[in-house]
Design a protein around this ligand. Structure first.
Ligand SMILES: [Zn+2]
Length: 362
């Protein structure tokens, strides 16, 4: 089906009147560069984006094309849906070399974090073998990935690169008419995942005026926070955290936001447990979209799981918010960018090793 859809799209591209507004798309939709080796090449600045209403005014009807002239909108929509499905309806937006990039998400965001099982199994195996955690670089990469519970997505991206072919840009750049139909379809069908607050802020706040930002219905956020960040994001500070929630509150089309939080280290996690509720004070009123927040507790006791925040749990800002407490994780993430960045990185720093040793009773 996917190849049939691509063939149809190919035919459309050949028959449509092509208008060159790719630079506008570059500005609104994170795209891949031509290849992965041009990071150091000096980039020419992008031209000013063309406002959407101007694009609409000059859009050609494209009736000479069988795709638009003969197929009803319902069928065209089904074709678009199939295109996104073939590329993955869940996509990551992330920073690489100073630019926002896109790659497919291969993790079920709602599923339990597999790393707990990985650590438990490792502890079991360790009692039978002489292998240590630190000699297992694959395990180290998985546990210390900055992509949080989406570590498999980082592995997938590292293996396939951020330039995996996808139909998004070809479809959007076919013609102005298809651009508008595809934008709507992407918004309805594609979920965007962010594992860094900086990337989420750069996408939603900095590019607030870009059509893709106001089009998306569903966002998944999975962030590690450090103590310093938690302090910075307190509601009385104007921070990227606060700006992100303010922007989301002003986006008409957002229907669902799923937020997964964790501390970078165990001490950060404790701070999150203590000050987590205050982070949401910046939600002045119950959000218009469905918000679910998934948090760890600093202990696994039943009391912590049922009433982790005590009276603070009943704050007004949590009205209508679905709170999920998942207990204390068996693993500890790392905050050392250099340590857990590239997949071929060497051993972790002594400080991080010491922390892992402590948390895993090695
Ligand atoms: Zn993912």
């Amino acid at each position: 089906m996917a190849s049939l859809v691509r063939r149809i799209l190919g035919a459309v591209v050949r028959s449509a009147h092509i208008h060159h507004f790719g630079s506008e798309l570059e500005a609104v939709l994170p795209t891949s560069t031509v290849n992965g080796h041009d990071e150091d090449r000096e980039r020419t600045p992008l031209s000013e984006p063309i406002p959407a209403h101007q694009l609409a005014q000059t859009a050609h009807h494209q009736f000479q094309s069988d795709f638009f002239g003969k197929l009803p909108l319902e069928i065209r929509r089904q074709i678009y849906d199939e295109l996104w499905r073939s590329a993955g309806e869940s996509q990551h937006i992330f920073h690489m070399n100073g630019r926002l990039r896109r790659c497919v998400c291969v993790t079920d965001h709602d599923a339990e974090d597999e790393r707990d099982d990985i650590v438990e199994n490792f502890k079991l195996e360790k009692s039978l073998t002489h292998e240590t955690y630190f000699s297992n670089s694959a395990l180290h990469r998985q546990l210390s990935s900055t992509w949080t519970k989406h570590w498999k997505c980082e592995e997938h991206m590292a293996k396939h690169g951020p330039n995996e072919p996808a139909p998004f840009l070809p479809a959007l750049t076919t013609c102005k008419r298809m651009y508008f139909e595809c934008m709507e379809s992407i918004g309805e069908n594609v979920t965007l995942n962010f594992t860094s607050l900086q990337a989420a802020h750069d996408f939603a706040v900095v590019r607030r005026q870009a059509p893709i930002v106001s089009t998306i219905r569903r966002f998944n956020f999975s962030f590690y926070l450090s103590q310093q960040e938690i302090n910075k994001y307190m509601p009385w500070n104007d921070s990227q955290w606060k700006q992100l929630w303010e922007t989301l509150g002003g986006l008409e089309n957002v229907r669902q936001v799923k937020l997964w939080l964790d501390g970078r280290l165990g001490s950060d996690q404790h701070d999150l447990q203590l000050n987590g509720p205050a982070l949401f004070k910046c939600l002045d009123e119950a959000p218009k979209y469905r918000l679910s927040v998934n948090l760890p507790t600093d202990e696994d006791t039943e009391e912590k799981l049922t009433d982790p925040w005590g009276p603070r749990y009943a704050m007004d800002c949590f009205q209508g918010v679905e709170l999920q407490f998942r207990g204390a994780p068996a693993y500890r993430p790392s905050d050392k960018k250099g340590v857990c960045g590239p997949t071929n990185s060497g051993m972790p720093s002594l400080e991080v090793m010491a922390w892992y040793s402590m948390s895993m009773n090695v």
